[in-house]
Design a protein around this ligand. Structure first.
Ligand code: BES
Ligand code: MN
Ligand code: ZN
Length: 496
């Protein structure tokens, strides 16, 4: 699907989307369209419950007297609620409704409400982003019937300053590509996207100027990454670690480090998951996917920052060679972990990758993303990701970034009382806590592998994929969650 910008003009062919304010008040463009069509819009409004609330749309097919094939009235809602997120949702909702309709060209001619919080080129770019994110499909493995094939080929956003809109859009288009990459990776099944294949796909970042290093099993053994390797040792697919570096900042600046859990499939290992809990565990690499998508976005938009992305790629399987409950592994840090449940594997992978990242790069901060615990779903559902941090400043920046980008996070506590729950009698720690506070005890284990560097852990088990109702901006199972909030964090606080 193509995105274009043009100055507002006469009503052309294709579908025209106009805004209607709360209470059914026509925007200027809607008034003009109404006049041109002999009052089609006001007549339609009089026969409908549509009253301009956010989320509402009303189609007028084949209005008389104009070239347009259709008018779509889109509710702008209350003026003070009309912001970037509302604009994205509006564009996404309209595109979702029209994608298979037979229309080929869609023109958004949205006049923002006078007291709205967004307008001009910024509004244009966010409309483009909303439509783009809604246009995502993952159709590689099915025969798409004719009536399921998208017909919309082109989306045009009418805006006064086309070159300003194009500039604003360039960065967001890069972000959109990063999100699509993350979604693709999460949606791919584990028989296709096992660790080596995931690593190979990261090679595509090279053409954007990202340095990509792939570590195989002997290389990781040399480094002493026994916790990560222990998780992968029961799989027929070998483990990998990928280190991606983007150097868009000053040479001497320490990089920002992003670390992702990449469990390509989590069967639980010998502590096997029940059949129903295993469903969806191809997505247990959602953290790694977000890191990959972020690196793509940063490089594509040539972010003026140094950033590294590190992903630990394993498959957690039961087998004669698999790690056992009661095994004790020595991590790269030298600390030992008693394995009590082989299904608590993400923390083992991250323990070694976090340690490696901080030792090699001395980063300004580390943020890791992981589909780490089912307990975070119990606490926060699919509305927020869990945030844990040793830095109030970093936590606050992530919280703000999440709100702006519609990827909200909610901070949960860390503390000595929780840390005590992972003490072991036979090793430095065990890999599970007790029955309670499961997301926190998991985070405590990660924190044991973080030295004095600012660090945040995002538990994205509830948001990396969606089984029920789909979010307007994320029309597939894999959401690509994390690319947006981290891209914003970088842009707002760390780019020079
Ligand atoms: N990948 C899972 C966490 C998960 C659960 C993600 C549900 C998405 C949806 C993780 O590796 C895991 O199995 N965690 C266990 C930890 C337990 C054994 C302490 C869990 O949450 O049950
Ligand atoms: Mn697990
Ligand atoms: Zn897992």
């Amino acid at each position: 699907m193509d995105i274009g910008f043009s100055t507002p003009g006469a009503i052309g062919p294709g579908a025209l989307v106009v805004g209607i304010q709360d209470g059914g008040v026509l925007s200027e463009t809607a008034e003009r369209a109404d006049k041109a069509s002999g009052g089609a819009i006001k007549r339609a409004l009089s026969f409908s419950r549509f009253n301009g609330q956010a989320g509402q749309t009303l189609d007028i097919v084949a209005p008389a007297g104009v070239k347009a094939s259709r008018f779509i009235l889109a509710g702008l809602g209350k003026a003070d609620g009309f912001d970037a997120a509302a604009a994205e949702r509006l564009a996404a909702t309209v595109l979702g409704r029209l994608l298979l309709s037979g229309e080929q060209t869609l023109t958004f001619a949205i006049d923002p409400p006078k007291k709205g919080k967004i307008g001009g080129s910024d509004l244009a770019a966010h409309l483009a982003l909303g439509a783009t994110l809604r246009s995502y499909r993952f159709d590689h493995y099915r025969k798409v019937k004719d009536d399921e094939t998208p017909t919309v080929k082109k989306v045009i956003i009418a805006t006064a300053d086309v070159s300003a809109a194009k500039r604003a859009w360039a960065g967001m288009a890069a972000l959109g590509e990063g999100i699509f990459l993350a979604r693709d990776l999460v949606n791919e099944p584990a028989n296709v996207l096992y660790p080596d294949q995931f690593a190979k796909r990261m090679q595509s970042l090279k053409k954007l100027g990202v340095k990509v290093e792939i570590f195989d099993v002997p290389a990781m053994r040399k480094l002493g990454m026994n916790a990560l390797l222990g998780v992968g040792q029961g799989s027929a697919h070998e483990s990998r670690m990928v280190v991606m570096s983007w150097n868009g900042g000053k040479t001497k600046d320490a990089p920002l480090a992003f670390i992702g859990k990449g469990v390509c499939f989590d069967s639980g290992g010998l502590s096997l998951k029940p059949a129903n809990s295993m469903m969806g565990m191809k997505g247990d690499m959602g953290g790694a996917a977000a890191v990959a998508g972020l690196m793509h976005a940063l490089a594509k938009r040539k972010a003026r920052v140094n950033a590294v992305g590190l992903i630990g790629l394993v498959e957690n399987m039961p087998d004669g060679k698999a790690q056992r409950p009661n095994d004790i592994v020595r991590t790269m840090s030298g600390q030992t972990i008693e394995i009590l449940n082989t299904d608590a594997e993400g923390r083992l992978v991250l323990a070694d990758v976090l340690w490696y990242a901080q030792g090699r790069f001395r980063p300004r901060f580390m943020v890791n993303l992981a589909t780490l615990t089912g307990a975070i779903l119990v606490a926060l559902g699919a509305e927020h990701a869990g945030l844990f941090s040793n830095s109030d400043e970093l936590a606050e920046r992530l919280t703000k970034s999440g709100l702006v980008e519609s990827e909200p996070v909610w901070r949960l506590p860390l503390g000595d009382g929780y840390d005590r729950l992972v003490k072991s009698k036979i090793a430095d720690m065990k890999n599970i806590g007790g029955p309670n506070a499961g997301s926190i005890t998991a985070a405590q284990i990660l924190q044991r592998f973080v030295n004095k560097v600012p660090w945040a852990h995002l538990d994205i088990a509830g948001v990396a994929w969606q089984d029920g109702e789909q979010k307007p901006l994320a029309p597939s199972w894999g959401t690509g969650w994390g690319v947006r909030v981290l891209n914003r964090l970088v842009a707002d606080y760390y780019e020079s």
